[in-house]
Each structure stands twice: as structure tokens, then as C-alpha cells.
Design a binder for this molecule. Structure first.
Ligand SMILES: *[C@@H]1O[C@H](CO)[C@@H](O)[C@H](O)[C@H]1NC(C)=O
Ligand SMILES: *[C@@H]1O[C@H](CO)[C@@H](O)[C@H](O)[C@H]1NC(C)=O
Ligand SMILES: *[C@@H]1O[C@H](CO)[C@@H](O)[C@H](O)[C@H]1NC(C)=O
Ligand SMILES: *[C@@H]1O[C@H](CO)[C@@H](O)[C@H](O)[C@H]1NC(C)=O
Ligand SMILES: *[C@@H]1O[C@H](CO)[C@@H](O)[C@H](O)[C@H]1NC(C)=O
Length: 463
């Protein structure tokens, strides 16, 4: 359907399109002598040259016709003419209006009866003037809706071709309100006006035209479009759908109209694509980028950076990602503290002045202890990718250093470091002795200083 608000322009465009541009001067003259349609009943559908015009004011050129019908065929009765002909700014015909019928008024006696139609076999289509175009061979039920307790309505028809079966419907759910006329295997001669009259003489009519109309057969559908095609006879329809991952562009169903034209064009299936993902920051990298339906984008951060947010997002059926892009932030390790009685002797500069005092991944920090202290743990530690140091900072413990062997002697035990309270003793080479007996052993004191030097070894001869 086409929705146009500037109806004058539209009508003129349709008119020119239909006639061609060669007589533009005449066309403008025809429009000047045109007729206006305004203040129409809201339920009226106006059709001009097979196009429905949705507007409350329309100007139609001189010599042209419009067709009018009520919405919900049969539930409203059209009073007036269903085709209007414009002659010199005057409509030849009575502007129609729509009045409710029994189905709308809850079956009161003071309104015309509703006429509905059903097709147990065959097909039909409604034309712009409200006539029912029926494909030959169809079985058509015309249902006059009336409260049975108020009496029997009556069907009459203009066709002289044959008599028709009329009477209350049989099914329990219908027999008290549907007074039916059946046309079996419709033929061209069944065309005519069928009128239902109530006991009070109120009437409603339906125009039936039996027409052998076909629409062009539909082309072979290009995959992946899936179609269910009933047929190409007037009133038949085709429905369409697309497989998952595709979006239907166009209508999902179309019918073959009274005029042998399909109501719409065959739709297309368009693959669903999500917008491409383009990280603004070089630190964010894409390990995978697939923006078709069901595809994923997988993110990673440059080395030394941490991802915050979704590691992957998925392209959903509505063409949007199921999440937003993550961000990357630099991983840093908090500055380690220097051990007591020790210090940091070397470290790489903390990263980025603004970002403060953290150390980048891979940064190395080296420690040393004051003299008289032993370093326990790792002398150097590295900032790892999870923002923690490879090891705890070391500790510096008070220790006495190896004091050195005295001349002609050896100390025992032999170590690099001695704990406070440890003693050493001196063993002299053959021919040498320590001066005093018993020997006073040096002790490592709490401050990391030996209580005395190792006793010297002296020659026997000198003792
Ligand atoms: C105008 O309408 C009348 C009856 O409604 C009809 O007989 C007549 O032919 C119409 N004139 C034109 C020019 O269409
Ligand atoms: C319709 O009419 C019936 C009786 O005729 C009444 O019981 C019912 O309530 C009415 N319904 C409405 C919606 O007016
Ligand atoms: C993208 O993802 C879809 C759905 O998972 C898959 O069918 C398709 O093969 C993928 N395309 C590529 C290029 O990997
Ligand atoms: C989005 O899709 C990804 C990949 O399938 C999934 O891991 C993630 O949990 C989804 N996110 C949400 C918010 O559903
Ligand atoms: C840091 O990473 C190492 C491996 O690189 C792992 O053994 C350790 O458990 C991680 N620590 C934390 C706090 O995640």
C-alpha cells in the first residue's frame, strides 16, 4: 500500500504517469476543471487508477473516475455511488458514506444486514468498488447475518441464469444467525447483484463478478527465499519467508488481485549483517571478526594490557551485537617495598607519569641488603602479566660474614654467612697451634659482628 499525504500531487503524478507527458498543457487544464473529494466518511477506501489514496482531500482531474468502497466489506453498507466520474468540476454521482450493519450493531432490527462471504473451494478478490470478483468454478457462500428469532431474511438476485439454494446454516454455531445463499461452481452468468432483505425491508447487497483472471505466474524463486505459492489465479496468494540469518525485504505475502496484478513485488532475502567492529584503540585487537548472523568478534589486548568487558560478542538475528566492545587497560604492579635493612638498587622507571607509580609488565626490581645482612629470597623480581610480582620482595637478616682463614689455619664450619650465636673454631696446620688452651671460639653477635677475630695459629717453635 502507498501512503501519500499530498494527495493533489499524488493524483496528478498518477494521472501524468498513466497518460504520458506529451499533453502537459491539456493535463493542467483538466486538473483546473478537476473535482474535489473531501470530508469523506473515515471508513471509505478511495482508489484512483488502481492505487489506494489515503488522504482526506483529493482533487481528481476532469474526465477521471475514482472507486470507493467501505472497509470491512459487508460489515458496512455503502450508501451512494461506488464509482464517481468527474465532469467539469462536478461529480456525476452521489458521494457515498458507510453505515453499520447487524454484525456491528449487535443484531438490532433497525440496521441493514451484514453480508459476509466464504469460499469452501476456489478463490475471490474484492475490487476497488467493493464488488466481489470470483474465480470461475469456485463455491461461494454468501452469509446474511440476522437474528433468527426476529424472523427470516430473504435473498434476491439479478442474475437470471439459475436458482440458488438459500436457508439458515446447518451448523449449531451458525444456524441462528447466518442466512446463506450458495453459488456452486460459479460461472460467468452468475455475475450480478445479490441482495439480502430483512423482514422490516432493510437491505444490503453484494456485487458478484465471475471473472477468469490470472496473474503472471511467479518466477522461480531465487534461494534462499522460501515461498509457499497457492497459485496465480485471482484471489490466490503466495507467502514468503527467509531462512535464519536472513531478513525478508518486501512483503511476506501477496495476493493475485481482481485486475490480474499481484498486490506486491516478490520480496528478497537479505543476509543479516551486524555493523563492522572497528576498535578505536590500537591496544584492542580482533582475533576473529565475523559479522554475519551467528558470527563472533573475539577480542584480545596487546601484551601487558588487561581486557575489561566481554571477550567476545555475537551477531544476533536483529542485526545487532549482543554486547559492546571491551576496553584495554595497562597492567601494572604496585611498587614493591624495600626490605628492612636493605634497599632497592635498581628499577625500571614507573610507567607513564600520569598513571602514577605502577610498574609495567616485565619491569625488573633489584634489591640489596646493608653490610652485615644476608639477602633471603629473590634478589630481583619481575612484574607479571597478572599484575603481581614474580616473587615476594626479599628480606635482609642480620648475619656475620665469613671472617677469613687465619694464616696457617682453617675455620670451621666454613660458610658465607653465620647466624647470631654461631661459633667458629680454628684448626691449625700441622706444626702450628692456637695460643691459648682451651681456645676461645669467636661468636657471631646480634649486630652481625664477630665477638673477636679468629685466633691466630703459631709455630710450635714460637710457643
Ligand atoms: C452520469 O450519471 C448518470 C446516472 O448516474 C448516467 O446515466 C450518466 O451516463 C452519467 N454521465 C456520465 C457522463 O458519465
Ligand atoms: C447484544 O445483545 C444481546 C441481546 O440481544 C445482549 O445480551 C448483549 O449484552 C448485547 N451485547 C452487546 C455488546 O451489546
Ligand atoms: C561466520 O559465522 C557464521 C555463523 O556462525 C558461519 O556460518 C560462517 O561460516 C562464518 N564466516 C566465516 C567467514 O567464518
Ligand atoms: C554474547 O555472545 C557471546 C558469544 O556467544 C557470549 O559469550 C556472551 O555471553 C554473550 N553476551 C551476552 C550479554 O549475552
Ligand atoms: C599470576 O600468574 C601466574 C602465572 O603466570 C599464576 O601462577 C598466579 O596464580 C597468578 N596470580 C594471580 C593472583 O592471579
Amino acid at each position: 500500500m502507498i501512503l501519500i499525504t499530498n494527495a493533489v500531487t499524488l493524483v496528478f503524478i498518477i494521472y501524468i504517469a498513466a497518460k504520458g507527458l506529451c499533453h502537459a498543457k491539456q493535463d493542467i487544464e483538466d486538473l483546473r476543471r478537476g473535482c474535489r473529494l473531501e470530508g469523506l466518511h473515515p471508513l471509505l477506501i478511495v482508489t484512483y487508477k488502481n492505487i489506494m489514496v489515503f488522504a482526506d482531500k483529493i482533487t481528481v482531474p476532469h474526465g477521471e473516475r475514482v472507486a470507493l468502497r467501505c472497509r470491512e466489506l459487508g460489515r458496512y453498507k455503502l450508501i451512494g455511488d461506488s464509482v464517481l466520474h468527474c465532469r467539469n468540476s462536478v461529480w456525476n454521482g452521489t458521494l457515498p458514506t458507510c453505515i453499520p450493519t447487524t454484525a456491528i450493531s449487535n443484531y438490532t432490527e433497525d440496521v441493514p444486514p451484514t453480508i459476509l462471504f466464504g469460499l469452501p473451494a476456489g478463490s475471490a478478490a474484492v475490487d476497488p468498488s467493493g464488488a466481489l470478483a470470483v474465480f470461475p468454478g469456485s463455491i461461494l457462500h454468501l452469509e446474511c447475518l440476522f437474528a433468527r428469532k426476529l424472523g427470516n431474511p430473504e435473498w434476491t438476485w439479478t442474475s437470471t441464469f439459475r436458482q440458488y439454494l438459500t436457508g439458515w446454516a446447518i451448523a449449531a454455531s451458525e444456524r441462528d444467525w447466518k442466512y446463506r445463499l450458495s453459488i456452486y461452481y460459479a460461472k460467468a452468468q452468475d455475475s450480478g447483484i445479490y441482495t439480502c432483505s430483512t423482514p422490516r425491508g432493510l437491505t444490503n447487497s453484494i456485487r458478484v463478478r465471475v471473472l477468469d483472471v490470472h496473474c503472471p505466474s511467479l518466477p522461480t524463486l531465487t534461494p534462499p527465499l522460501i515461498g509457499k505459492i497457492e497459485g496465480a489465479r485471482m484471489g490466490q496468494s503466495a507467502t514468503f519467508e527467509c531462512p535464519e540469518g536472513h531478513r525478508l525485504e518486501g512483503v511476506s505475502s501477496m495476493t493475485c488481485q481482481y485486475n490480474g496484478q499481484w498486490s506486491a513485488k516478490v520480496p528478497q532475502c537479505v543476509a543479516i549483517l551486524c555493523p563492522e567492529v572497528k576498535p578505536a584503540n590500537v591496544k584492542l585487537q580482533l582475533l576473529e571478526h565475523n559479522n554475519s548472523y551467528g558470527g563472533r568478534v573475539v577480542f584480545a589486548c596487546m601484551w601487558g594490557h588487561r581486557l575489561s568487558g566481554a571477550q567476545s560478542i555475537r551477531c544476533d538475528g536483529d542485526g545487532t551485537w549482543n554486547g559492546t566492545m571491551p576496553t584495554c587497560s595497562e597492567i601494572t604492579c604496585a611498587p614493591p617495598s624495600a626490605p628492612r635493612s636493605g634497599q632497592i638498587v635498581e628499577h625500571e622507571r614507573p610507567s607513564g607519569k600520569k598513571r602514577g607509580r605502577g610498574h609495567k609488565v616485565g619491569a625488573l626490581v633489584r634489591f640489596a641488603c646493608l653490610p652485615g645482612h644476608q639477602l633471603l629470597g629473590e634478589a630481583s623480581i619481575i612484574c607479571t602479566e597478572n599484575g603481581t610480582w614474580s616473587h615476594q620482595p626479599p628480606v635482609c637478616e642480620v648475619r656475620c660474614p665469613y671472617p677469613g682463614d687465619p694464616p696457617h689455619g682453617r675455620i670451621a664450619p666454613l660458610k658465607f654467612w653465620y647466624k647470631p650465636g654461631d661459633n667458629i673454631q680454628v684448626t691449625c696446620s700441622p706444626g702450628y697451634v692456637t695460643p691459648f688452651e682451651p681456645v676461645k671460639k669467636p661468636t657471631c653477635r646480634e649486630n652481625g659482628i664477630w665477638s673477636g677475630p679468629p685466633p691466630p695459629c703459631r709455630s710450635y717453635r714460637d710457643v
